[in-house]
Design a protein around this ligand. Sequence first.
Ligand code: GLC
Ligand code: GLC
Length: 713
Amino acid sequence: MVDIRSSSRQAAALLLRELVETVGPLARARLGALEGEAFLARLEQVHLDVVEPLDVLYGTRTDTAELVRGLVDVALDAAAVRPWPLRVLDRRREVDPAWFQRAGMVGYACYADRFGGTLAGVRERLDYLTELGVTYLHLMPLLATRTGPNDGGYAVVDYDAVDPRLGTMGDLEALGADLRDRGIALCVDLVLNHTAREHRWARLAAAGDPEHRDFYLVFPDRALPDAYERTLPEVFPDTAPGSFTRVPELGGWVWTTFHDYQWDLDYTNPAVFTAMLRTMLDLANRVRDVLRLDAVPFLWKRMGTDCQNQPEAHLLVQAYRGLTRLAAPGVLFKAEAIVAPDMLVQYLGAHDRYRPECDLAYHNQLMVLLWSSLATRDARLAARALSRLRPAPATTGWVTYLRCHDDIGWAVADSDAAAVGWHGSDHRRFLADFYAGRYPGSFARGAVFQENEATGDARTSGMAAALCGIAAGNPAGDAARDPGVTAAGGPRATAAADPRATAAADPGATAAGDPGATGAADPGGTAAADPAGTVAGDAAGIDRLETLYSVVFSYGGIPVLWMGDELGLGNDERWAEDPLHADDNRWLHRPPMDWAAAARRTDPGTVAGQVFGRLRALAEARKGQLALRSGGETTVLVPDDPHVLAYRRRHQRSAPLLALANFSDDWQSVDLGLAAAAGIREPVHVHSTRRRLDLGEGRIHLPAWGFAWITTR
Ligand code: GLC
Ligand code: GLC
């Protein structure tokens, strides 16, 4: 027996030798000679990345070597039943691990029921996705969930079954096969921080089974919960205050970070780690491509902290990643870690020392900064905050996005705000007010989500189109004025005294370029010229949405569109009619798909047609640009115009690509020297709002809310 509690590399090496000796013959027998050999090679490759984290996590509670042996057995069992087509795919991906980094990757996220009714219904709609250029589909939670409130499916009762309202495992497999034939990768959620209180583990715990009671964090009285709550932020202060729920059957309080029906698992218990590994590998044997690890920052709790982003949460994911590699090497992990800028890139493994963790993570910071730039007409905060982020490891990628099914939390660091002369909490407040349409002159029509009176924190709900001020062409556009919405948002005096008021209300103040110089007779951008006229009132909003998405499509990563954005769909004005949703205004931006609007997508005289055409064009233009692959470099530049965000993209031997986005409602321009500094001597148009380069007087001109992608000859 090898004791690696000493945690030395030598002990780990001994353990590896022992594992190879014992598992080797089994692996060859169960997987065949070739596959068995590959399994052993992977074991050698990942073993330190598994053993070290597990030893830190569980070394004092259990014998690490014993634990590792058991987990490798679990991985071997999963590998042995891995369906043949997935093994073939594993082989491909081990040869071509950068498959998901291609510039051709374009993502789409939706609820299966809202998009197609059922999984079978989604299959019927795949032509639509292909037309849009989609190569990556995130279907929101589709496993069996509880009846009654279920947080949009994030309260799972059975990880082995598809939600019967959506179909069966057979339907999921059939959909998977169709997607594979179309070259669309599939991403599915794994909710691993908590289970529904109706999950078998929770029911056993409530029935008094001590083994399963230890799966959850149960406290006999309020002493520890009170102590934790002194530093624990509330995720849903309005509707699910506190982080603990009294459960009489358990004889105490159970940890519930989210809702009272979502019980957090206790990852200090190695049995929980093992049970979740089984769940994960079963799912990896069914879903070909990507597992989205829900709410990962919350996996480990520590007294006196906010119980997020603890080092152990990373160790857990690292160990899972190694073990999943062993059994299902073609499957990727995507981190859902919507956290402060300084905490973000670590989910891609970028710690002081790199260790593989997730392959993909949401670029929450980029999202927040895009909206911030739009509201202030000022790109300096974005430039400052983005340029100080640690780069993503070259083998990983971001998910870049403009919004998702959740609210927007205003993750602006105080230090970044201060660096551009703003006050962090005032600015965050301003953003929440601006996007709720409470700020004088705001074009946005969102709503406030979970305003926390105690901390002053407020988040934002709303469709991207509504936040950009697109209203026409969709009857729901006025939802922000709907009494239901206002009630949920909570009326509040606007912060007219906000120091940011002047800067935001005075976009022209620092305008650098002279629009007159380039025949700027078309200040309204392209859509205004539309002959049908139906989009004229929305022209600026459409330009804003396109320009925001131009950054999402070029900043680096897989751009993911949230359902409805491609048609400029507005808020769901009827969101509160469903009693299960009425207390959660995130449903404002989770509308049912509007297939009538989709039918207008080829009509440029409509909002749907304008937006669909422009987003499709972004996907098309991106496809051919090596510089836009994930894994390349993104360098934020400092242009001589504060309204313009500028960055250079480059991938190994590719030519550089300069991306510019103008956040003001006037023409702006940047010195051509910026292009030269980015390595672009002879600017060539790649893609832009106006479909051509506007050069003149040594400057690159951008229309209001316009963008340009430029490369070199
Ligand atoms: C994730 C989901 C969110 C859910 C939470 C709890 O953050 O995106 O919708 O409320 O996890 O599962
Ligand atoms: C997740 C996200 C958080 C969001 C919450 C509810 O916890 O990390 O940003 O506010 O879900 O949507």
